[in-house]
Every structure is written in structure tokens, then in C-alpha cells.
Design a protein around this ligand. Structure first.
Ligand code: NAD
Ligand code: LMR
Length: 340
């Protein structure tokens, strides 16, 4: 009795363990800019993700402390901190997903494009290293201006001969998170049930929430409500920048959104079916080479880019208005990458 009980329980335990390790593969995630306002809470949230086995926290300073702190959380992943250029290779090598929140944030009165001069160079340097040390990783670009930093990354990877358009993402998840929150508040529906696609880019009017496709449907929303919800979503970043009054931009909600998007990438890599999120990717659904829309995430990254679906007249106008600005931000990134 006793022996067979213990042997059967230990063999089922072993079976469970081997099943668990087959269904949850080893995955390394690197966070570049891990000691920053986004980087720290994002590193914590990635430490809570059971899909991560190895978490590499890289910054130009401060990562030993962040890594020591986060490493004490009793979850699956091994955590290591890396600091400075000479440790970037080790941080990146073997990464499946690289999340980039490195770079300066806005202060009141600035546009995201005002960050270009500093952040373009930072992103270019980091992407050069990604091309060398983990060319197959999925890159989640958070650094602003996303409308330009993603094209910069693409150009750097092209020059290195490693570009794979299915592996490069501008993270626009925070726009989706905001649209869901604001819609739920106005439509009086449970926020946990809400879905709203947000397309275009990640700056001002290039952010185009498609409330006509929002679910659950709300019949209490007037055209004025939709205009107000659209503007609030487009200005969500500025709302936080002004409230922080010089102390930076969204960090906590961004960490949440970044962790959600990285989780979707990991699920896709692991073969979970039907993982669909909005992201700014190489695209042919409009005349522009990059565009945010719903994408299906799979074992190699982007598996399918969904087109925009039916738009309201107001959304059609928004789309026409955003194209020139988004086009020029994309071209600015491409030009920078090829000139420097
Ligand atoms: P922050 O200044 O608090 O942190 C940035 C971190 O990047 C710092 O720790 C800094 O040391 C590090 N860094 C600078 N150069 C680096 C390099 N070469 N390599 C590695 N790390 C480097 O800023 P933050 O509030 O965390 O914002 C970071 C970026 O994210 C900004 O560009 C901001 O505009 C952007 N952002 C994007 C979204 C989005 O929705 N995509 C949302 C919020 C913020
Ligand atoms: C955001 O949307 O919160 C970020 O892009 C940061 C910013 O500058 O607004």
C-alpha cells in the first residue's frame, strides 16, 4: 500500500514535470533600459511571467541593483544584470525577445518627435548589437518616437543582413490599454470584456482607435462621445506627461502594456493558437511601409497582418489625416539610419 502509493505519486509527479517542461520551453527575455522608469516595473512584471526562464536586465547604469532586487522574487526565471557596452553581448546572446524601453522621455510641451535626436542614436546602437548577438530575437520597440525608431531598427537590420519583418514590432499596446479603459468608462461595460483595435502609429493623430469595431457594442455613445474618446486616446501620453509635470511620461501603465505585449510574443513563439494584438509592423495594408494594426503572433513572430476592416466615416477621415505625418516620421527614421 504505502510503497505503491508513494511510487505512483512520484511517477505521476515526474510525468507532470516532464509534461510541464515540454509545454513551457526555455525562453530568454532581455530588457534594454532596465533601470529606467519603464524598465524597472517592466522587469518586475517579466519576472512574474512563468513563460520566462531567463531574464537579462541591461542598462548603461544601475542594473546590478535592479537585478539583485528583482531576482529575489520567487518565480521561475533566473535574473542577471548587465551594465555598459562591454556586457551588452552577454545580455543579448540567446534572447528570444528583446524589449527596448531605453531612451529619454518627454517633458511638458514636447512632442515625441522632439526625442528623435537623442533616442535615434540610442536605438541604432542597440539594434546594431541585436543584429550581431541575437539576430533571431523578436524586438519589442518601446523607445519613442516609435513611428521613427521602428524604421531605424529595420534599416540597421537590413544593413547587417539580418532583417526579418516578422520579428520587429513597435509597441502600441498602451494605446490599446487606454482605449479599452476610456471606452469601458463611457460605455458602462465591464472593462475586462472590452476589445478596441488601435491602428496607425504611436503619436498624436497617428494613433487611430477604431471605436466602431469596439466590443461589447455600446448603444449609448453619440458621435460627440466617440470624438472625445478618440482625442483622449490620442492625447493619453500627453495627459500623463502633464500630470507628471517634468518628471517624465507614462512608466507604470507602459510597463503593464509592454509586459502584456511581450507575453503575447512569448505565447506566439510557444505555439499558442490565435494570439492577436495590435502592433506597429512592416505592412502592406496601406501605402505606408509600416503601420499598426491587428497582427497574429506565431512561432516566428508576425504570422498575419490583418487589414483595417470596416471603418466609420469619422475613422476614414482620421486615416486620411494621419497618413502624411506617419509617412514623414517613417522617412525621417530611414534617412537617419542611412546617413549615420
Ligand atoms: P527613463 O529616462 O526613466 O529610462 C530610460 C532608461 O534608458 C534609463 O535608465 C537610461 O539609463 C537608459 N538608457 C539610455 N541610453 C541607453 C543605452 N544606450 N542602452 C541602454 N539603456 C539606455 O525613461 P522612461 O520613462 O523609461 O521612457 C523610456 C522611453 O520609452 C522614452 O523614449 C519614452 O518616450 C518611451 N515610451 C514609450 C511608450 C510607448 O507607448 N511606446 C510609452 C511610454 C514611454
Ligand atoms: C505614451 O504614449 O505614454 C508614450 O509614448 C510616452 C509619451 O511621450 O507620451
Amino acid at each position: 500500500g504505502e510503497i505503491s502509493f508513494s511510487s505512483s505519486s512520484s511517477s505521476s509527479h515526474l510525468l507532470r514535470r516532464s509534461y510541464a517542461s515540454e509545454s513551457t520551453p526555455e525562453r530568454k527575455v532581455a530588457v534594454l533600459g532596465a533601470a529606467g522608469g519603464i524598465g524597472q516595473p517592466l522587469s518586475l512584471l517579466m519576472k512574474l511571467n512563468p513563460l520566462v526562464s531567463n531574464l537579462a536586465l541591461y542598462d548603461i547604469a544601475g542594473t546590478p541593483g535592479v537585478a539583485a532586487d528583482v531576482s529575489h522574487v520567487n518565480t521561475r526565471s533566473e535574473v542577471a544584470g548587465y551594465m555598459g557596452d562591454e556586457q551588452l553581448e552577454q545580455a543579448l546572446t540567446g534572447s528570444d525577445v528583446v524589449i527596448i524601453p531605453a531612451g529619454v522621455p518627454r517633458k511638458p510641451g514636447m512632442t515625441r518627435d522632439d526625442l528623435f535626436n537623442i533616442n535615434a542614436g540610442i536605438v541604432k546602437g542597440l539594434c546594431t548589437a541585436i543584429a550581431k548577438y541575437c539576430p533571431n530575437a523578436l524586438v519589442n520597440m518601446i523607445s519613442n518616437p516609435v513611428n521613427s525608431t521602428v524604421p531605424i531598427a529595420a534599416e540597421v537590420f537590413k544593413k547587417a543582413g539580418t532583417y526579418d519583418e516578422t520579428k520587429l514590432f513597435g509597441v502600441t499596446m498602451l494605446d490599446v490599454v487606454r482605449a479599452k479603459t476610456f471606452y469601458a468608462g463611457k460605455a458602462n461595460v465591464n472593462v475586462a470584456d472590452v476589445n478596441v483595435p488601435v491602428v496607425g502609429g504611436h503619436a498624436g493623430i497617428t494613433i487611430l482607435p477604431l471605436f466602431s469595431q469596439a466590443t461589447p457594442k455600446a448603444n449609448n455613445l453619440s458621435d460627440e462621445h466617440i470624438v472625445a474618446l478618440t482625442k483622449r486616446t490620442q492625447d493619453g501620453g500627453t495627459e500623463v506627461v502633464e500630470a507628471k509635470a517634468g518628471k517624465g511620461s507614462a512608466t507604470l501603465s507602459m510597463a503593464y502594456a509592454g509586459a502584456l505585449f511581450a507575453d503575447a510574443c512569448l505565447k506566439g513563439l510557444n505555439g499558442v493558437p490565435d494570439v492577436v494584438e495590435c502592433a506597429f509592423v512592416q505592412s502592406s495594408i496601406t501605402e505606408l511601409p509600416f503601420f499598426a494594426s491587428k497582427v497574429k503572433l506565431g512561432k516566428n513572430g508576425v504570422e498575419k497582418v490583418f487589414d483595417l476592416g470596416p471603418l466609420s466615416d469619422y475613422e476614414k477621415q482620421g486615416l486620411e489625416k494621419l497618413l502624411p505625418e506617419l509617412k514623414s516620421s517613417i522617412e525621417k527614421g530611414i534617412k537617419f539610419a542611412n546617413a549615420n
